[in-house]
Design a protein around this ligand. Structure first.
Ligand SMILES: Cc1cc2nc3c(=O)[nH]c(=O)nc-3n(C[C@H](O)[C@H](O)[C@H](O)COP(=O)(O)OP(=O)(O)OC[C@H]3O[C@@H](n4cnc5c(N)ncnc54)[C@H](O)[C@@H]3O)c2cc1C
Length: 387
C-alpha cells in the first residue's frame, strides 16, 4: 500500500538512509528533511493553518507507506503526528495560531516527553512539578530517559506534575520551543532496534508562557485519551503493520522469483501453512486498525469521549494486537527465509533489521503494563461489546 501523498522519490531517500541510520544508530536527518519539504509533517493539521487536514485513515496509509522503507523514520513521523494532534485538539487558540502554520510548513518537528527517570513509563503520572506564576510556567530537572529525536526536535510536549502540591496523577501537558529549554544529554543510545530514532535521555529545564499549557492544567489524562493515546496507537500500529507487510511482500516475491537458488519449496505444506498464518495475522491487524480509525473518527464527529472503559479497551487492544502479531509474523518470516536470506545483516531481505526493530513494539509503552490494565477494563465490560 502506498499513500497517495507519498512520492516514490521520498521513499527512495528513506530507503537509502535506512542502513546507515541503523548501523550507526544515528537520526535520519536527510529523511526528516524530505518529510519536512513534502508537507507530510502537517498531514493532520487543518487546512486553515496550511496543513492537509487528513483523516486518521490517511495517516495510517502514509505510515504504512513509510515503514517498509525505514521503520525508525516512520515512527519518528508517527510520533510527531500524534503530538501535533494534541496541539490541534487541545492547545489554546493563540498557541495554535503560532504553532500549527509552522508544523504545516515543516518547520516544527515535535518530540514527546512522557517517560520519566525513576518513575517508569506510567503515562498518567509525573514527578517533576511545574510552577505557574505571573503568567509564566517553569520547571527544573525533568529527567527524560528516552526521547525520540530529542537532539533534532524544534519543540517538545512534556508531561509535568501540575504543581508542587499536586498528586502524581495530576499531570499537566506543556509545549516548549527548543530555545526555551536547557537540555542536558544523559546516557547512550545503542539499542537492539529502532536505532535511527536516536532516543537519548535528557535532563530538561525551562520557562515558557503559561499559555503553552495544552488542555487544562492537571488534566492530561483527558487530553491523552482524547488525542494522544488514539493517535499514537493508530500511528504506531500502522508503522508496525507497514514494516511487517513490506517484509512479507519481499519474502513472497523472493519465493516466487523464477530460477531462485535455495530456500524452501513452495509446494511444502509446512511453508504454505506458515505463509497462510502470517497472511491471516496481518489481515487481522489491518482490519482492526481500519475499524479503530473509523471508531475514533465517529466519536470525534459526535464530540463523544474516548475515555470510557470500552473505548480504552479498543484502543489498547489495537496496540497490543499490532505489537505482538506483527512481530510474530516477522519472526515466522525469518524462520521461513532461513540463515542465508533472513538472519544476517547482509541478507538480500531486510528481515534481520525489521525483526530487531519490531521487537521494540511490545516495549514502547510496555505491554507488561497494558495487558493487566486491559484485563481490568475487560472486567468492567460484562456485555463483552466487541468492536
Ligand atoms: C523506540 C522507542 C522510542 C521511544 N520514544 C519515547 C519518546 O519519544 N518519549 C518518551 O517519553 N518515551 C519514549 N519511549 C519509552 C517508552 O514509551 C516506554 O516508556 C519504555 O519503552 C518502557 O520502558 P520499560 O520497558 O522500562 O517499561 P516500564 O513500563 O517503565 O516498566 C519497568 C519494568 O517494569 C515491568 N513491568 C511493567 N508493568 C508490570 C506489571 N504489571 N507486572 C510486572 N512487571 C511490570 C516491565 O516489564 C519493566 O521491566 C520509547 C521507547 C522505545 C522502545
Amino acid at each position: 500500500m502506498n499513500g497517495r501523498l507519498v512520492p516514490p522519490e521520498l521513499l527512495e531517500v528513506l530507503r537509502s538512509n535506512a542502513d546507515r541510520t541503523d548501523r550507526e544508530a544515528v537520526f535520519p536527518t536527510d529523511s526528516l528533511q524530505v518529510l519536512r519539504d513534502s508537507g507530510l509533517m502537517g498531514l493532520n493539521v487543518p487546512s486553515e493553518y496550511g496543513g492537509h487536514g487528513a483523516s486518521l485513515r490517511e495517516v495510517t496509509k502514509v505510515a504504512r507507506a513509510l515503514a517498509p522503507a525505514c521503520l525508525s523514520t516512520a515512527m519518528i513521523w508517527a510520533m510527531h503526528i500524534s503530538q501535533a494532534d494534541g496541539v490541534i485538539r487541545h492547545a489554546k487558540s493563540e498557541l495554535k495560531s503560532e504553532l500549527l502554520p509552522r508544523i504545516a510548513a515543516g518547520e516544527e518537528y515535535l518530540a514527546s516527553v512522557t517517560t520519566e527517570g525513576g518513575r517508569g513509563s506510567d503515562l498518567f503520572t509525573a514527578d517533576t512539578a511545574l510552577t505557574v506564576d505571573n503568567g509564566r510556567a517553569s520547571f527544573s530537572g525533568r529527567r527524560a530517559p528516552v526521547v525520540t529525536g530529542g537532539a533534532q526536535a524544534d519543540g517538545f510536549l512534556l508531561t509535568l506534575r501540575a504543581d508542587a502540591e499536586a498528586k502524581p496523577h495530576e499531570v499537566t501537558l506543556l509545549y516548549a520551543r527548543r530555545g526555551q529549554l536547557t537540555l542536558t544529554r544523559s546516557g547512550n543510545w545503542d539499542p537492539m532496534g529502532m536505532r535511527g530514532t536516536e532516543s537519548f535521555g535528557w535532563e530538561i529545564s525551562g520557562e515558557v508562557p503559561a499559555g503553552n499549557i495544552v488542555g487544562e492544567a492537571g488534566k492530561f489524562r483527558s487530553v491523552a485519551w482524547d488525542s494522544m493515546v488514539p493517535t499514537a496507537h493508530i500511528g504506531w500500529s500502522a508503522c508496525w503493520l507497514g514494516a511487517a507487510e513490506g517484509a512479507y511482500r519481499e519474502l513472497l516475491r523472493w519465493l516466487r522469483a523464477p530460477g531462485r537458488k535455495g530456500g524452501p519449496d513452495t509446494r511444502s505444506e509446512l511453508l504454505r501453512e506458515r505463509l497462510g498464518r502470517i497472511r491471516v495475522d496481518l489481515d487481522l491487524v489491518s482490519a482492526y486498525l481500519t475499524r479503530v480509525c473509523d471508531y475514533v473518527e465517529e466519536a470525534r464527529a459526535k464530540e463523544a469521549s474516548l475515555s470510557s472503559p470500552r473505548s480504552q479497551l479498543r484502543l489498547n487492544s489495537l496496540k497490543l494486537a499490532a505489537s505482538e502479531l506483527t512481530f510474530s509474523a516477522v519472526d515466522a518470516m525469518l524462520q521461513t527465509a532461513g540463515m542465508g536470506l533472513g538472519y544476517t545483516r547482509s541478507a538480500p531481505l531486510a528481515l534481520e533489521r525489521t525483526f530487531r526493530d519490531l521487537r521494540s513494539a511490545r516495549l514502547n509503552h510496555s505491554n507488561d503494563r497494558m495487558w493487566p490494565a486491559t484485563g481490568a477494563l475487560s472486567l468492567l465490560d460484562t456485555e463483552v461489546d466487541l468492536l
